[in-house]
Design a protein around this ligand. Structure first.
Ligand code: GTP
Length: 180
């Protein structure tokens, strides 16, 4: 698996400090959304928003997980899944129709990278409760969820609704909900 860690730090600090309460985005690769600006998912907008939140705070980390393309099924299969979605399947049904997992991502390497660079407790920028489970352990704790809610449009509406209904994603900007 390839991964890229990008640390955005306070200019006068130079490192991750005490590693406590760090704002963290663990972003799954999405060539179509992150690079080409595809509107059928929210990936590109979420990456941009996460970077803006880190810039505003002055310190934080982005881990970009390249092996995660297509929720871990790879670009080729994701494009096949898109064809099935164009024929009427939703994003979950399409993966299943291809005989693939709904979500094949694994977060252990990302967690170890965070630990290696000094993160100990983090505020995780995500709408996906499953990421808490994947990232805790390895001497890391998620102390809060920071929503990364971007506009729901005609192009991404079905994808967003399916993520909410079938995968438990949360789209309200309420950080007081219990962590899963
Ligand atoms: N299989 C599949 N993967 C998709 C589709 N649309 C986007 N992706 C991939 O989904 C991954 C992002 O997962 P999401 O479920 O959108 O979001 P998340 O990372 O779980 O949650 P957030 O932290 O809130 O962004 C990226 O790797 C995208 O390439 C799709 O229709 N099918």
């Amino acid at each position: 698996m390839w991964f890229i860690v990008c640390c955005l730090l306070e200019s006068n600090q130079g490192d991750i400090g005490n590693g406590q309460n760090i704002l963290v985005r663990v972003h799954s690769e999405c060539l179509t959304g992150d690079i080409f600006g595809s509107a059928r998912c929210d990936c590109g907008n979420q990456l941009e928003l996460a970077m803006q939140l880190i810039e505003k705070e002055g310190r934080g980390v982005v881990v970009y997980l390249r092996g995660h393309e297509g929720r871990g099924i790879g670009l080729g299969h994701k494009l096949r899944a898109y064809n099935l979605q164009d024929e009427g399947h939703d994003t979950v049904q399409a993966n299943l129709e291809l005989g693939l997992a709904i979500d094949a991502r694994e977060y252990g390497i990302g967690a170890q990278m965070l630990r290696d660079i000094g993160v100990r407790t983090m505020r995780l920028m995500t709408n996906n409760p499953a990421k808490f489970t994947g990232l805790k352990g390895y001497g890391l704790a998620v102390v809060a969820r920071v929503p990364v809610v971007t506009p729901i449009t005609n192009e991404n509406r079905r994808y967003m609704e399916t993520k909410h209904k079938k995968m438990g994603h949360i789209y309200i900007s309420d950080t007081n909900q219990p962590l899963v």
